[in-house]
Structures are given as C-alpha cells and as structure tokens.
Write a protein that binds this ligand. Structure first.
Ligand SMILES: [Zn+2]
Ligand SMILES: [Zn+2]
Length: 130
C-alpha cells in the first residue's frame, strides 16, 4: 500500500508505505488542542516506511516523551511519534484519501467532550489501546 498526503497549503507532502495499522480516533486533550478539533484520527506505519517528500515540517515536543510535526505555513498537524517507538502516527485527514485508513477504535474516551456523540459501534478505550 502506498499512501500519500500533505498539509492544506501544499508546502509539505509525505508518503507512507505498508498497511496502515493502529487506526484510532484519539480524544485526548493534547490531540484536541494540537488540532483545534474535538478528536483526531490517526494511523501508524513503521518509521522506516514514512518519508516527507516535499517541504520541511516544523516539529515540537507535545509532551516529555513525544514529538509532533505540522506545516510551518498553514499549521496542518501531520505526525506524532513517541521517542521510544520505531513507529510513526500520521493524521488520517491529511491523507489525500482519508477513506484509505478508517478507524478501528476510539482511544482516550475518558477525555471525550460531553457534546461529542459518536455512534459508529467501534470499540472504545478509556485510555490508550490495551
Ligand atoms: Zn501547509
Ligand atoms: Zn491523543
């Protein structure tokens, strides 16, 4: 599988190879703030299977153990990576075809906003996927 995506303004482009796994909608407060949105959908690929193909994203530490990237021009959030992992999480909705990586579950629903109601029948985890 070859997935392509990028930011809203087009300055940053990426490619991801391999099957997108660990597909989740995260309701944690950090994802929420980083995207300015009530939840963020993610998929994972091996770090070696991901590459930026155009532009240079901005990166910052969103917590003591993780780093995120975004477009320095338009701000679209692109990736999340735990320092300890050889995996990278990519925002599903920065894909050219977000239908290519539908979610398998919801995570950190203990932080879900009271006005968010998702009735998709997917498993819901209070914190990270067990
Ligand atoms: Zn951009
Ligand atoms: Zn999150």
């Amino acid at each position: 599988m070859n997935l392509t995506g990028g930011c809203l303004c087009g300055a940053i482009r990426y490619e991801a190879h391999g099957a997108p796994h660990q597909r989740t909608v995260c309701h944690c407060s950090i994802c929420r703030r980083s995207a300015g949105a009530p939840m963020v959908a993610w998929f994972s690929v091996k770090l070696a299977d991901f590459a930026f193909t155009a532009g240079q994203p901005a990166s910052y530490r969103s917590s003591a153990k993780a780093q995120r990237t975004c477009c320095p021009v338009c701000g679209t959030q692109l990736t999340f990576r735990l320092d300890a992992e050889q995996e990278i999480d990519v925002t599903v909705c920065s894909l050219d075809d977000p239908e290519a990586a539908p979610p398998q579950d919801h995570t950190f629903v203990s932080s879900q906003l009271s006005w968010v109601h998702v009735d998709d029948g997917l498993p819901r985890h209070a914190q990270a996927r067990p």
